[in-house]
Design a protein around this ligand. Sequence first.
Ligand code: HEC
Ligand code: HEC
Length: 147
Amino acid sequence: MNTWIKAAALGMIVAVCAMVSPDASMAQDVKSLRGTLAIEDGNTAADLYRLNTGKRFTRNYRQQPPLIPHRVEKYQIDVKANQCMGCHDWPQNVENNAPKISETHYLSPTGERLNKVSGSRWFCNQCHVPQVAAKALVPNTFKSSND
Ligand code: HEC
Ligand code: HEC
């Protein structure tokens, strides 16, 4: 089917669904992570499915920021301090037996080679996230380029 026809058909289905389901019943179907707890009641933190395998995962595509195989809660990153660098910056990485941050992390946004990590890479967890065994939130057809 041509993409435009598909898009139009989908639009019609959405419009019909919106007409047949009144707002009140839709509101009942929506469930937040807090469940039915009242706003003033305390809630336990959601399970994060952390893995912390200690072993590096294979990347799904070449440019993927590798997932973090260890705990990160205690490592402070703020304007002045970055405790990740205590293990991952050269030469400390050698004695800590940790992978050195990628050479790309020493390049300035204009491509100059710097002697320290670039400011644009300072907040590691902007790109690197700990390994998790979470189910996909929505169905998707993503395939690793290793497959
Ligand atoms: C105490 C030392 C230490 C600290 C601090 C530390 N790491 Fe690590 N990290 C390691 C070691 C060791 C490995 C390698 C584990 C292995 O290869 O089995 C690793 C692996 C990684 C990897 C995986 C690299 C790859 O190629 O798969 C990432 C990403 C990473 N760390 C990010 C971070 C971030 C972000 C922080 C700060 C929030 C941090 N680390 C703090 C020791 C550390
Ligand atoms: C803007 C996104 C971004 C930020 C911020 C960032 N990284 Fe990365 N990192 C990547 C990507 C993408 C790769 C893989 C491709 C590459 O090597 O550039 C990578 C690779 C790595 C590797 C693997 C290196 C190797 O040779 O296997 C480590 C370790 C790492 N980063 C640690 C860190 C630490 C520690 C910080 C914080 C100081 C950090 N990164 C900040 C995106 C980022």
